[in-house]
Each structure stands twice: as C-alpha cells, then as structure tokens.
Design a protein around this ligand. Structure first.
Ligand code: UD1
Length: 358
C-alpha cells in the first residue's frame, strides 16, 4: 500500500508521527510525506520534525501564510501535480486545517481514496474555518477514523456511516510515547523558574479570539488578574495582533511569562506540571485531559464534548469574570474515564488500511 500523507501545521506533525512510525515498521506500507509549509517558522515546524524523529518530507511546498483562499488554492494546485505523479493508493489527512482541506480536495478530484484521522468532530459553528474544513473532508473521505464514540455519532447524524471507525485519539499515542522523554530532557521549568503545580499554562491562537480586539482584551484582562504565574507561549498570529491592537500593556505584569511557541517536549512538560490549563486550542484541551490536568476552554463551544461531560474541562468563552471565577472554583474530578482510547490508535489505523486496500 502506497500512502501519501499531507501535513502542514504544527498539530499535524504531532498527530502524524506515530502512524508514520507504524507504517515505516511495516513492510506492506510505504509512505510519501508532503509538507505544505502552512507552518514554516523553525519553532512551529522543523523543531517538531527533529524531536518527533519524523522523516524529512519528500515534498515541501513552501506555501506560507495567505488568505484562506490563496493558501488553500496554492496547496491544491501543487498537491494535484504531486498526487498525479506519485499515484498513491490512499491519501492520508489529519485534523481540520487548510492543509487537510487541500489534501482531501485534490485527492477526491483524482478519485484517490482518502483516509481522515480525527474525523467526525463538530463545533457546529461555521464561522470557524476548521469547521468548514472538517465538514468537507469528512464528506469526501473513504475511511473516517474517529477519536471517540461521540465523533462517530456526529457523522451518523449527517448520514455518514460507511468507513467510520472509532480508533481512539492518535495524539494519545504521542503523549504516551514522548511524555517521559520530555520530562527527562526538558529544562523549561528551571529556565522559567516555575514550581510544579504552582502555575497556569495559557495559550490563545484561534482567529475568533485573536482577531477580535474585545475578546482578546477580555481574555488578557483575566490572565492579568490571576494570582499565580501564567506561562503564555505566543503563537505568531497572537503576537502580531497584540502589536496591531496595541495591547502590550495587558501582558506586562510580572506574573505573566511570555515565551515563544514551545517545542513539543517543553510543551508536554509545562502542560503536565501546570495546576490548570487555559486554552482555545483543540489539541491542548485533549492533551490536558491526557495529562490529567484540568482545563478551561476560552471558547463558546468545543468539539471535545466528552472532556466537558467528564468535568475535566470548563467552557468560559472570553468572559473575564467567568474565566477568573472558573479558575477559583475548578476542582479535579475523582473519576478519570478513558475517553480517547488506549494509545494504540496508529496501529489500529494502519491495520485497517492494510486490510482494506489489499
Ligand atoms: C492553523 C489551523 C488551526 C490550528 C493551528 C495550529 C487553519 C484554518 N487553522 O491555524 O486549526 O489549530 O494551525 O497552530 O488551518 N504564522 C507565522 N509562522 C508560521 C505559521 C504562521 O508567522 O510558521 C503566522 C502568520 O502571520 C499567519 C498566522 O500565523 O498568517 C496564522 O497562521 P495559519 O497557518 O494561517 O493559521 P493558524 O492560526 O496557525
């Protein structure tokens, strides 16, 4: 089986790594990797290839940052040419980024079967670019690998049942594999003078928060009022918006520790040792759960509904008062159900693909 994998953004390097390892160790599979270049800064891309020991991409498109149409369209043109020359049996896409959408569209038009990892997630908010990417990718996919039963339920409601598998969450494979290596090698806690379980980790990068000056201000005001250290790794988008909106005074308090985007090992370390995580990231909400750290989600809705139902995740939106109140009242639930499988998702996916393409 020849698989062409499309990745491009930071979380996709993490998601693809364990399945790539699985495919490499299996003689029946060969993988061609295309990196679209959606993320291109060293600390958003190459450091992840290094730490996760990912193979150098066979193709690097260098697409970079543009409007959604131009970014997706440029990828589409390039991916089509590569797929026509590589002639893969399967195109493998991950998550919900513009790279996911371009990969699945290019493959569908060439009648190449598509496998979507992290299928079936829905926020039911079409203002999110990711929701559009998910809806289209799921509709075009032949294999839909769902991280949880609720994702499969979402697909069922849309009439998608064929090719749907609940395999568990592929990020959990990476967390289990890399957590100890990260804790042993990262020096981030010492570097930032952080005491275990005596600080909060915050991340903000979603367009709905960063591009709306009121929401961004409201979140930063909450962080300003927290009574413990807050580590705030700044996504390039957030950094540029802070300058545009003239908000640097909102992050100038000494308890807010601004750092560049963290590499995977530093992120796993900082996240696992935090008392609480505040984030608008989808991946970090899950990682918080996987690392048994409670989470406050700075959005009005989430795709990861099971983390909310289990009491480990709270939705506050961007409301200053709600955020502060939730930080004060949050409690660690006694129960910790296995929401995202058993850490063998990549193995399961590889087996299904091999069985069904032969
Ligand atoms: C993308 C995904 C989002 C995912 C996130 C992970 C889409 C629609 N969104 O959002 O689902 O959660 O990746 O990080 O695909 N930039 C740099 N250097 C980089 C990358 C980005 O400076 O290496 C800056 C650019 O100013 C760019 C902005 O960040 O315009 C946004 O980057 P982009 O890839 O368009 O979207 P993300 O916000 O990263």
């Amino acid at each position: 089986m020849k698989v062409l994998t499309v990745v491009g953004a930071r979380p996709q390097f993490i998601k693809s790594c364990m399945l790539s390892k699985e495919m490499k160790s299996n003689l029946q599979t060969s993988e061609v990797i295309v990196h679209t270049g959606q993320h291109y800064d060293d600390n958003m891309s190459s450091i992840f290839f290094e730490q996760l020991n990912l193979a150098k991409p066979d193709y690097y498109l260098g697409v970079g940052s543009h409007t959604h149409g131009k970014q997706t369209g440029t990828m589409l043109v390039e991916l089509e040419a590569i797929m026509m020359s590589v002639k893969p049996d399967v195109v493998l896409v991950y998550g919900d980024t513009n790279s996911t959408l371009a990969g699945s569209l290019a493959a569908a038009k060439l009648h190449i079967p598509i496998a979507h990892v992290e299928a079936g997630l829905r926020s039911y908010n079409k203002k999110m670019p990711e929701e559009i990417n998910r809806l289209i990718t799921d509709n075009l996919s032949n294999w839909l690998f769902c991280p949880s039963p609720s994702a499969a339920e979402n697909l069922k409601k849309e009439g998608i049942e064929k090719g749907v598998y609940v395999t568990g969450d592929i990020m959990y494979d990476s967390v289990l594999y890399f957590k100890n290596i990260a804790l042993q090698t990262s020096t981030i806690l010492e570097d930032l003078s952080l005491t275990k379980k005596k600080y909060y980790l915050a991340t903000i990068h979603r367009a709905e928060n960063t591009d709306d000056p009121d929401r961004l201000k409201s979140i930063l005001k909450a962080l300003q009022k927290l009574e413990m250290d807050v580590v705030l790794p700044l996504h390039p988008r957030t950094k540029s918006k802070l300058i545009t909106f003239n908000y640097s005074h909102l992050i100038s308090s000494s308890h807010i520790k601004i750092v560049d985007p963290l590499n995977y090992f530093d992120m796993l370390t900082v996240a696992s040792q935090a008392q609480l995580i505040l984030t608008d990231s989808g991946g970090l909400q899950k990682e918080a759960y996987m690392l048994e750290v409670p989470c406050i989600t700075l959005r009005d809705e989430t795709e990861w509904v099971e983390t909310i139902h289990s009491g480990w995740n709270y939705l506050t939106g961007a409301d200053t008062k709600k955020i502060i109140e939730s930080v004060k009242t949050i409690e660690i639930p006694q129960k910790y159900p296995r929401l995202f499988g058993d850490g063998t998702t990549s193995k399961k996916i590889n087996e299904i693909l091999i069985n069904e393409t032969n």
